[in-house]
Design a protein around this ligand. Structure first.
Ligand SMILES: [Zn+2]
Length: 241
Protein backbone atom coordinates (compact mmCIF):
# COMPACT_ATOMS: atom_id res chain seq x y z
CA UNK A 1 0.00 0.00 0.00
CA UNK A 2 1.11 3.54 -0.71
CA UNK A 3 1.24 5.59 2.48
CA UNK A 4 1.95 9.28 2.94
CA UNK A 5 5.32 8.39 4.43
CA UNK A 6 6.57 6.35 1.53
CA UNK A 7 5.22 8.91 -0.95
CA UNK A 8 7.59 11.39 0.67
CA UNK A 9 10.52 8.98 0.32
CA UNK A 10 9.67 8.19 -3.28
CA UNK A 11 9.47 11.88 -4.10
CA UNK A 12 13.00 12.27 -2.89
CA UNK A 13 14.14 9.43 -5.11
CA UNK A 14 12.05 10.63 -8.07
CA UNK A 15 10.11 7.39 -8.14
CA UNK A 16 6.47 7.13 -9.14
CA UNK A 17 4.07 6.93 -6.16
CA UNK A 18 2.04 4.27 -7.96
CA UNK A 19 4.39 1.92 -9.81
CA UNK A 20 7.76 2.91 -8.37
CA UNK A 21 9.40 3.56 -11.74
CA UNK A 22 11.24 6.76 -12.59
CA UNK A 23 8.93 9.72 -12.78
CA UNK A 24 9.06 12.95 -14.78
CA UNK A 25 8.07 16.31 -13.24
CA UNK A 26 4.35 15.86 -13.97
CA UNK A 27 3.72 12.26 -15.03
CA UNK A 28 5.19 8.84 -14.51
CA UNK A 29 7.10 7.72 -17.60
CA UNK A 30 5.82 4.16 -17.17
CA UNK A 31 2.24 4.18 -15.93
CA UNK A 32 1.33 7.77 -16.86
CA UNK A 33 -0.11 8.64 -13.45
CA UNK A 34 -0.03 12.27 -12.29
CA UNK A 35 2.73 12.88 -9.75
CA UNK A 36 2.71 15.11 -6.69
CA UNK A 37 4.26 18.50 -7.51
CA UNK A 38 7.92 18.81 -6.57
CA UNK A 39 9.57 22.16 -5.96
CA UNK A 40 11.40 22.35 -9.29
CA UNK A 41 12.06 25.67 -10.99
CA UNK A 42 10.05 26.65 -14.06
CA UNK A 43 12.82 25.73 -16.49
CA UNK A 44 13.06 22.21 -15.06
CA UNK A 45 9.29 21.97 -15.03
CA UNK A 46 9.39 22.15 -18.84
CA UNK A 47 12.56 20.05 -19.01
CA UNK A 48 14.52 23.05 -20.26
CA UNK A 49 18.09 24.11 -19.53
CA UNK A 50 18.51 27.40 -17.66
CA UNK A 51 18.96 29.42 -20.83
CA UNK A 52 17.37 32.63 -21.98
CA UNK A 53 17.11 32.10 -25.72
CA UNK A 54 14.03 29.99 -25.85
CA UNK A 55 11.92 28.50 -28.62
CA UNK A 56 8.62 30.03 -27.54
CA UNK A 57 6.66 28.17 -30.24
CA UNK A 58 7.89 24.84 -28.84
CA UNK A 59 7.17 26.07 -25.32
CA UNK A 60 3.62 26.91 -26.35
CA UNK A 61 3.13 23.46 -27.89
CA UNK A 62 4.43 21.77 -24.75
CA UNK A 63 2.17 23.97 -22.67
CA UNK A 64 -0.96 22.97 -24.59
CA UNK A 65 -0.03 19.29 -24.62
CA UNK A 66 0.52 19.29 -20.87
CA UNK A 67 -2.59 21.38 -20.23
CA UNK A 68 -4.70 18.80 -22.00
CA UNK A 69 -3.06 15.91 -20.19
CA UNK A 70 -3.44 17.59 -16.80
CA UNK A 71 -7.02 18.69 -17.34
CA UNK A 72 -9.04 17.85 -14.19
CA UNK A 73 -11.80 16.27 -16.30
CA UNK A 74 -9.51 13.32 -17.04
CA UNK A 75 -9.15 12.54 -13.37
CA UNK A 76 -12.73 12.67 -12.20
CA UNK A 77 -12.78 8.89 -11.56
CA UNK A 78 -9.15 8.63 -10.42
CA UNK A 79 -7.51 8.46 -7.01
CA UNK A 80 -8.42 11.63 -5.09
CA UNK A 81 -4.74 12.47 -4.66
CA UNK A 82 -4.28 12.34 -8.41
CA UNK A 83 -7.19 14.76 -8.75
CA UNK A 84 -5.58 17.20 -6.35
CA UNK A 85 -2.17 16.85 -7.95
CA UNK A 86 -3.54 17.40 -11.45
CA UNK A 87 -5.02 20.70 -10.23
CA UNK A 88 -1.80 21.72 -8.51
CA UNK A 89 0.29 20.72 -11.50
CA UNK A 90 -2.05 22.66 -13.82
CA UNK A 91 -1.73 25.83 -11.83
CA UNK A 92 2.05 25.42 -11.68
CA UNK A 93 2.07 24.82 -15.42
CA UNK A 94 0.20 28.08 -15.99
CA UNK A 95 2.60 30.03 -13.77
CA UNK A 96 5.63 28.48 -15.43
CA UNK A 97 4.33 29.17 -18.91
CA UNK A 98 3.32 32.75 -18.19
CA UNK A 99 6.74 33.47 -16.71
CA UNK A 100 8.86 31.80 -19.36
CA UNK A 101 7.05 32.98 -22.48
CA UNK A 102 7.56 36.65 -21.58
CA UNK A 103 11.13 37.81 -22.28
CA UNK A 104 11.31 40.24 -19.35
CA UNK A 105 9.66 37.96 -16.82
CA UNK A 106 11.86 35.09 -17.99
CA UNK A 107 14.98 37.19 -17.46
CA UNK A 108 13.83 38.44 -14.07
CA UNK A 109 12.96 34.92 -13.02
CA UNK A 110 16.34 33.56 -14.03
CA UNK A 111 18.08 36.36 -12.15
CA UNK A 112 16.03 35.54 -9.10
CA UNK A 113 17.07 31.90 -9.38
CA UNK A 114 20.63 33.19 -9.48
CA UNK A 115 20.03 34.94 -6.18
CA UNK A 116 19.64 38.48 -7.52
CA UNK A 117 17.29 40.84 -5.76
CA UNK A 118 16.11 43.37 -8.31
CA UNK A 119 15.36 46.93 -7.21
CA UNK A 120 11.75 47.62 -6.30
CA UNK A 121 10.24 48.14 -9.70
CA UNK A 122 6.60 48.29 -8.87
CA UNK A 123 4.85 51.61 -8.65
CA UNK A 124 4.10 50.97 -5.00
CA UNK A 125 7.72 50.09 -4.29
CA UNK A 126 8.96 53.24 -5.95
CA UNK A 127 6.50 55.43 -4.10
CA UNK A 128 7.42 53.89 -0.78
CA UNK A 129 11.05 54.49 -1.60
CA UNK A 130 10.24 58.13 -2.31
CA UNK A 131 8.43 58.58 0.98
CA UNK A 132 10.94 56.83 3.17
CA UNK A 133 13.93 58.01 1.19
CA UNK A 134 15.28 54.49 1.31
CA UNK A 135 16.61 52.46 -1.57
CA UNK A 136 16.44 55.27 -4.07
CA UNK A 137 16.92 54.11 -7.60
CA UNK A 138 20.37 55.03 -8.75
CA UNK A 139 20.37 57.18 -11.86
CA UNK A 140 22.07 55.27 -14.66
CA UNK A 141 25.22 57.33 -15.47
CA UNK A 142 24.40 57.82 -19.15
CA UNK A 143 21.04 59.32 -18.20
CA UNK A 144 22.31 61.77 -15.57
CA UNK A 145 22.26 64.84 -17.74
CA UNK A 146 18.92 64.03 -19.27
CA UNK A 147 17.31 63.28 -15.91
CA UNK A 148 18.61 66.55 -14.50
CA UNK A 149 17.15 68.54 -17.37
CA UNK A 150 13.91 66.64 -17.31
CA UNK A 151 13.40 67.22 -13.59
CA UNK A 152 13.93 70.95 -14.09
CA UNK A 153 11.27 71.00 -16.79
CA UNK A 154 8.89 69.00 -14.63
CA UNK A 155 9.37 71.44 -11.76
CA UNK A 156 8.69 74.31 -14.11
CA UNK A 157 5.56 72.68 -15.42
CA UNK A 158 4.21 71.97 -11.95
CA UNK A 159 4.92 75.54 -10.90
CA UNK A 160 3.17 76.99 -13.93
CA UNK A 161 0.19 74.71 -13.40
CA UNK A 162 -0.11 75.89 -9.81
CA UNK A 163 -0.65 79.47 -10.93
CA UNK A 164 -2.95 78.29 -13.70
CA UNK A 165 -0.70 79.10 -16.60
CA UNK A 166 -0.12 76.98 -19.66
CA UNK A 167 3.26 76.96 -21.31
CA UNK A 168 2.85 75.29 -24.72
CA UNK A 169 6.57 75.43 -25.51
CA UNK A 170 7.42 73.66 -22.28
CA UNK A 171 4.76 71.02 -22.83
CA UNK A 172 6.11 70.40 -26.29
CA UNK A 173 9.63 70.06 -24.90
CA UNK A 174 8.46 67.53 -22.36
CA UNK A 175 6.62 65.52 -24.97
CA UNK A 176 9.74 65.41 -27.11
CA UNK A 177 11.68 64.26 -24.09
CA UNK A 178 9.15 61.57 -23.39
CA UNK A 179 9.35 60.25 -26.93
CA UNK A 180 13.12 60.02 -26.71
CA UNK A 181 12.80 58.07 -23.48
CA UNK A 182 10.26 55.73 -25.01
CA UNK A 183 12.65 55.12 -27.88
CA UNK A 184 15.37 54.19 -25.39
CA UNK A 185 12.92 51.89 -23.67
CA UNK A 186 12.26 50.09 -26.95
CA UNK A 187 15.93 49.85 -27.93
CA UNK A 188 16.53 48.01 -24.73
CA UNK A 189 15.59 44.63 -26.22
CA UNK A 190 18.52 44.57 -28.61
CA UNK A 191 20.92 45.00 -25.75
CA UNK A 192 19.15 42.44 -23.62
CA UNK A 193 19.37 39.81 -26.38
CA UNK A 194 23.08 40.37 -26.59
CA UNK A 195 23.39 39.51 -22.88
CA UNK A 196 21.11 36.51 -23.30
CA UNK A 197 23.60 35.11 -25.82
CA UNK A 198 26.46 35.79 -23.43
CA UNK A 199 24.58 34.10 -20.60
CA UNK A 200 23.65 31.07 -22.69
CA UNK A 201 27.15 30.44 -23.94
CA UNK A 202 28.53 30.84 -20.40
CA UNK A 203 25.93 28.30 -19.29
CA UNK A 204 27.09 25.91 -22.02
CA UNK A 205 30.76 26.29 -21.25
CA UNK A 206 30.11 26.22 -17.52
CA UNK A 207 32.15 29.36 -16.94
CA UNK A 208 31.18 30.92 -13.62
CA UNK A 209 33.11 34.08 -14.41
CA UNK A 210 31.26 34.68 -17.68
CA UNK A 211 27.96 33.83 -16.08
CA UNK A 212 28.56 36.43 -13.41
CA UNK A 213 29.46 39.10 -15.97
CA UNK A 214 26.34 38.40 -18.04
CA UNK A 215 24.18 38.29 -14.91
CA UNK A 216 25.41 41.66 -13.63
CA UNK A 217 24.94 43.27 -17.04
CA UNK A 218 21.35 42.07 -17.16
CA UNK A 219 20.68 43.41 -13.68
CA UNK A 220 22.00 46.85 -14.68
CA UNK A 221 19.95 46.79 -17.84
CA UNK A 222 16.71 45.83 -16.11
CA UNK A 223 17.20 48.50 -13.48
CA UNK A 224 17.88 51.03 -16.20
CA UNK A 225 14.71 49.96 -17.96
CA UNK A 226 12.60 50.37 -14.84
CA UNK A 227 14.22 53.74 -14.21
CA UNK A 228 13.23 54.93 -17.67
CA UNK A 229 9.74 53.54 -17.23
CA UNK A 230 9.33 55.51 -14.02
CA UNK A 231 10.56 58.67 -15.70
CA UNK A 232 8.03 58.30 -18.48
CA UNK A 233 5.37 57.84 -15.83
CA UNK A 234 6.46 61.01 -14.05
CA UNK A 235 6.24 62.97 -17.29
CA UNK A 236 2.79 61.56 -18.03
CA UNK A 237 1.59 62.46 -14.57
CA UNK A 238 2.92 65.97 -14.85
CA UNK A 239 1.36 66.42 -18.27
CA UNK A 240 -1.87 65.05 -16.92
CA UNK A 241 -2.23 62.43 -19.64
ZN1 LIG B 1 4.23 4.97 -12.46
Amino acid sequence: MVTEANIATMEATHACWSCGDMRAAQFCNSCGKVQPPTPVDYFSFFGLPRKLNLDTAALERDFYTMSRKLHPDHYADHDSREQTWSLEQSSRLNDAYRTLKDPIRRTEYLLKLEGVELEGQSKKGTEEARVTGEKKQIVPPDLLEEVFELNMQLEELRASKKVGEEDPALIQELQKHKQALEQKFNDFFEELKDYWNKWDSAEESGSDGHRKVARDKMVDLLNRRSYIRNLVRDVNEALGS
